[in-house]
Structure formats: C-alpha cells, structure tokens
Ligand binder design. Sequence first.
Ligand SMILES: [Zn+2]
Length: 317
Amino acid sequence: MAYYIGVDIGGMSIKAGIVDESGRILVKDSIVPRVEEGQSAITEDMYHLCEKVCAKANMKLDDVTGIGFGSPGTVDTAKGVITFAANLGFYRYNLIKEFGRLWYCKLAVGNDANCAALGETRFGSGQNKKNTLFVTLGTGVGTGFIVDGKILTGHKGAGSEGGHICIRMGGERCSCGEKGCWEAYASATALIRQTQQAIEKNPESMLKTIALRDGEVTGKTAFEAAKLGDPVAEKVVDTYARYVATGIVLLTNVFRPEIVMIGGGVSNAGSALIDRVTRIVNRHCFGSRKVNDVPEIVQASLGNDAGIIGAASLVMD
Ligand SMILES: [Zn+2]
C-alpha cells in the first residue's frame, strides 16, 4: 500500500492528512499558518504539519510516496507555482521548489477547487465517471472540471473560474469587481443577502423568527423555514435554486459532464436543494426534451475531506 499526504491550504487554517491509495484518510491535523510572516514561513509551517501527521500515523517521512497541495487562487500546476493567492500572500511563488528544499519526494500543487473535483471524482460521488463538474457553494462559488479523467486547468493553470460566468448583464456586484457573476447570486453569501432582503420585505415571516433564534441569518435560515412550510422562505429557496441551476445549465451546455457534484456549506441542505436544481436543469439543458442525457445532480460526498483527498490524488499517478 502506498501512502500520500494531501495538504489543503487555506488562509485561516491549513489541513493535512495521510491518505492511502484507496482514498481513505488515516490521520489528519491542522495548523493556523503564519500568513503575516510571508511565503517561506507558511511553507515551513506546512513542512512541520506534514511531519506531525507522519508521527501521528507512526510513519517516517520516507514512507510517504508523494505530497499534493491544494491552494486557493491561480495555480500553475505544470510549473509548481502558486501564481496568486490573495489571502495567503502567495505571489508567483514556486511552492514545489521551496518545499522540495525541506523534503524531497514527489510533489504537486493544484487549485483547491480543482483538487476537490479530482478527489470527489476518484473517491467520492463521481466515482467511475470520466467527465464531471464539481461546484462548491460557499463564501464564493468555485468550480472544477474533470474532462476525460483529467483536471481542466487551461492556459497557465488559470481555469476554471466558473463562479465568474455572467448570468445577468449589469447585475449584482461581484467580489471580483464585475457585475452579474454567478457567484453574486449562487454563493452562500448571496443566499444570506437574499434571505435578509426577504425578511425586510416580510417581517411577519418565519424567516425572521429563525434568524432571531439563531442571532443571525445564515445559509440554513431559508431552507429551515421552507421545510416548515413558510411561503416566503419557499420563494427564497426556489429563486436561489434557480440561480444555482442557471450556472449549471450554462456550464453543462459547454462541457456536458456526466454528473454535477455540489459541495460547500449550502450543499448540506441536501435534497431540498438538489431536487429543486435537478428539476430546473432537466428542463433547460440543451436537448433535454429530446434526449435523456442531462447530467445527474448530486450532493458531494467527501465533505470537508475533499480538499485533503483531492490534493493527495494529484500525486497518485
Ligand atoms: Zn465575479
């Protein structure tokens, strides 16, 4: 059995785990990176974290066949360079070269959403499928395409940024500076904004009761109230599902995945989201009325572990 380390890099925490070739995590741990001390300090932190998970699994560094890293931002996988990751201060940083000075083995780095897409396709909800789309609905909207079994990275690794396809010209302002991006309508952040607007217009709705109970509006508020039969909440959830589905239809018409795997915090709504999105996608995908080849829409199954497992998958071939 070969063992790998998957490192899931985030601005708030870096997670790492020992992953075996069947995609199972043996042990995992996390650290808060020293972001303010710069790129080298973060790299050292990751090295120590890798040492720590090895010790936890009673393994030596030599027992690890390879280490894969999943980073936010733009990553040039071919060169091993994190081109730009704002939250961590990485700018044109050759992670593979620098990490290789501390620990030499098979190393690779990829964009985090792409890694999650690979992990989900190999070991999660997309197993045995060659063409898949992974969508994460969190603070933003991330996408990862697996085309013929491989990550679609595009020129200099800048793909894919499916969250920034325009679904409404001149629409809501997006975090990227553009207007009308899918992310501005389908992220958890957008859902919270849509829920807040519904509360302001309908202060008598159950949405307000739940928000007051929780002390805030979250990505769960509308789904919970809709489940209890609140008509205002049902409208919020229906509209939100339509936004999610609109992006999926656009991307499906271009790439035609066999399956669309939805992850991220909002995906925890489960069938309340998946069933609604499925209905709309079935209706609007190209050719859907004549041929029955619309992609299956499912909730991603690896949850928060997709990042670690996917990063480890980078070095499994
Ligand atoms: Zn955008």
